[in-house]
Design a protein around this ligand. Structure first.
Ligand code: GN1
Ligand code: MG
Length: 347
């Protein structure tokens, strides 16, 4: 069946062949559908627990994709949102679920971890280029669909509330992780209180949110536009560092595999410089080595909070998955601190 009853809402070319799950995202449900005699299409059901106002989110995505398409005519470099017969970039199925469709980018692949520094360079170049293309998005500012998304102090406060309320009865077994979060509370304000300029950023620059050209290995296209909204460039840079610098998976249980590789940091910093229209400001540059640690810590807080709340936000694949993820991010934050003297910004 075509996901989301899409044939009732969209003009689709060709005859439907098959559809299957796509990607490793933690939030939405994503499917790839293939058509005989027509282009492949990516369908997504938007997670309504995570996004309380999906229509505001889609208004952001419509503006962003239109702006990018006007700036960059290459079909494989920017995401193309398909318009429903209603003229909007989404529709609702009979169950009231909100769906959208993107043109599938052929000949591309995603990665979950960085093998060679070059891959990190390419991801950084493409994400920095994305911010650059959006730097002249006409006003007003995009809606803050998830307020305080990278407000690390607020994330810490949310963890404290979850620990106190202890809905799922898991606070006791997470005592060591809670202690880590509290012991490093001083990290929370590092980016949040730096007074960096707010602009349109991606806010979720994990490695598998960028497509690579399968033939050349070059970075191609930024995907997952759900959190594109106001923020600071260092949220994106920091998230990119935390997502690329370790050879271990985000949910690795063997914490001895978690490491901060200075050569990958250097590649990310170079890609960031080369992709943006001008290097970072002095204030940004000074905080670049710490940014990955703050975002790793923040993401650890979020995974731990979700574990304590009974896994309501991030999709889990096994019991204790969010706790494993939290442990891994906290270890990464520690490693990033330990290697910080070796993290050099050559730009
Ligand atoms: C989620 O949707 P996905 O999997 O690209 C999350 C990010 C986290 C990431 C961690 C809207 O991203 O903030 O950094 O998981 N997205 C949202 O893997 O919360
Ligand atoms: Mg994603």
């Amino acid at each position: 069946m075509i996901p989301g009853e899409a044939d009732r809402h969209l003009e689709l070319k060709g005859t439907f062949l098959r559809a299957g799950r796509l990607g490793h995202g933690h939030i939405n449900d994503t499917y790839l559908a293939e058509f005989e005699g027509g282009p492949s299409v990516v369908f997504q059901r938007v997670n309504r627990v995570v996004f309380p106002d999906p229509e505001a989110l889609m208004a952001n995505v419509e503006r962003v994709t239109e702006h990018l398409a006007a700036r960059c005519p290459d079909e494989r470099r920017v995401l193309r949102l398909l318009r429903a017969r209603s003229g909007r970039g989404f529709w609702r199925d009979a169950a009231g679920e909100l769906w959208r469709a993107y043109r599938y980018v052929d000949g591309a692949l995603t990665r979950d971890e960085v093998g060679r520094p070059r891959e990190a360079y390419e991801a950084a170049r493409v994400f920095a280029g994305f911010l650059y293309l959006l730097s002249d998005l006409p006003g007003p500012a995009l809606s803050e669909t998830l307020p305080g998304f990278h407000d690390t102090p607020a994330r810490l406060a949310a963890l404290e509330a979850a620990a106190r309320e202890d809905d799922a009865g898991r606070s006791k077994e997470a005592a060591a992780e809670l202690a880590f979060a509290r012991a490093n509370a001083g990290w929370a304000a590092l980016l949040a209180s730096a007074g960096l300029p707010r602009r349109t950023v991606h806010n979720d620059t994990k490695l598998n949110n960028v497509l690579f050209d399968a033939d050349t290995g070059r970075g191609l296209c930024v995907i997952d536009l759900d959190t594109v909204m106001p923020g600071t460039a260092l949220f994106d840079f920091g998230d990119l560092v935390r997502a690329t610098i370790s050879p271990a998976a985000e949910d690795e249980r063997d914490l001895s595999k978690v490491a901060a590789r200075p050569e990958v940091f250097e590649a990310v910093a170079q890609g960031w410089r080369d992709g943006s229209g001008g290097g970072p400001s002095e204030a940004e540059r000074a905080l670049m080595p710490a940014a990955g640690r703050v975002i790793a810590y923040e993401l650890g807080l979020r995974f731990l909070t979700d574990h304590l709340r009974g896994d309501r936000y991030f999709r889990v694949g096994r019991p204790g998955h969010n706790l494993d993820r939290a442990r891994c991010q906290f270890r990464l934050a520690e490693e990033l601190l330990r290697r910080e003297p070796d993290l050099r910004v050559y730009c």
